[in-house]
Design a binder for this molecule. Structure first.
Ligand code: COA
Length: 260
């Protein structure tokens, strides 16, 4: 798969997507948004891809958000209507069955942080600076930030970040639960890949259903979430991998999962 604004690498079941506009701190223009939508849409039907890592090119930024140069032209109604029809790429990420790990160095601002928020697990470098800075540009987060941030860190902390448009550093982000891990800046991608390898060794269908149960379950009343969990757990009892997992345990060897 070739793209103009992102790099796509796939090896050993791990897909790495690199936002690749380092000259503008990986700011997201319309082309990048379209390519990310296509890329995550395609991943939804891929059996080979087991885990996805998302990162930014260069050492200074994950992404500094929407390309502000595109803001200079006011949006005409027809463009607005077109954009209403589009699937936001972060929703395509929600539909992506594989776990998505965000590897965040440097700036993750505005839409860049919203992209990180749509990842399942976030690993930040000690140099990370995170913020929903839209209010400083007379707009509000429009890529899920007002919804995903409070679900992750709570209403008060989310509102403080969104209303001030201030940036926080990696330690503070870890303290409030906005990132799962902080590592030395140079180790971010290696740490994300190591976690990805660990996940890629698990039975693929179990991995997907575990993500589905958690992500969809969070949107459901508890009784419906428990029902979903029960259905997925029951389905998993029908897989060949379940038999293989049990045999491998009893034979004291590593399992060979096939995704069947
Ligand atoms: N859109 C378009 N271009 C951007 C950008 C963005 N979101 N963020 C950075 N750039 C560009 C700069 O214009 C600059 O381009 P130039 O070299 O042609 O002048 C280049 O990236 C480097 O950025 P610069 O501002 O010089 O780097 P810095 O280290 O001094 O500051 C930031 C880095 C991220 C703090 C600063 O660029 C910034 O505040 N960016 C905007 C972030 C933002 O508000 N995002 C939310 C958008 S809704």
């Amino acid at each position: 798969m070739t793209y103009a604004t992102i790099l796509y690498e796939a090896a050993d079941g791990i897909v790495t997507i690199t936002l690749n506009r380092p000259e503008v701190h990986n700011a997201m223009n319309e082309r990048m948004r379209q390519e990310l939508t296509r890329c995550f849409g395609d991943l939804a039907t891929s059996d080979e891809a087991r885990v996805v890592v998302v990162t930014g090119a260069g050492e200074r930024a994950f992404s500094a958000g929407a390309d502000i140069r595109e803001f200079v032209e006011p949006q005409v109604p027809v463009r607005f209507r077109e954009s209403r029809k589009r699937v936001d790429f972060r929703q395509a990420m929600d539909r992506c069955p594989q776990p998505i790990i965000g590897a965040i160095r440097g700036y993750a601002l505005g839409g860049g942080l919203e992209l990180a928020l749509a990842c399942d697990i976030r690993i930040a470098g000690e140099d990370a600076q995170l913020g929903l800075t839209e209010v400083n540009l007379a707009i509000i987060p429009g890529g899920g930030g007002t919804q995903r941030l409070p679900r992750l860190v709570g209403r008060g902390r989310a509102l403080e970040m969104i209303l001030t448009g201030a940036r926080i550093d990696a330690r503070e982000a870890w303290r409030i639960g906005l990132v799962e891990r902080v590592v030395p800046a140079a180790d971010v991608l290696a740490a994300a890949r190591e976690l990805a390898r660990t996940l890629a060794e698990k039975a693929p269908v179990a991995l997907r259903y575990a993500k589905e149960a958690v992500v969809k379950g969070l949107e459901l009343p508890l009784a419906d979430g428990l029902r979903l969990e029960n259905d997925l757990a029951t389905l998993l009892r029908t897989t060949e991998d379940r038999v293989e997992g049990a045999k491998a345990f009893l034979e004291k060897r590593k399992p060979r999962f096939t995704g069947k």
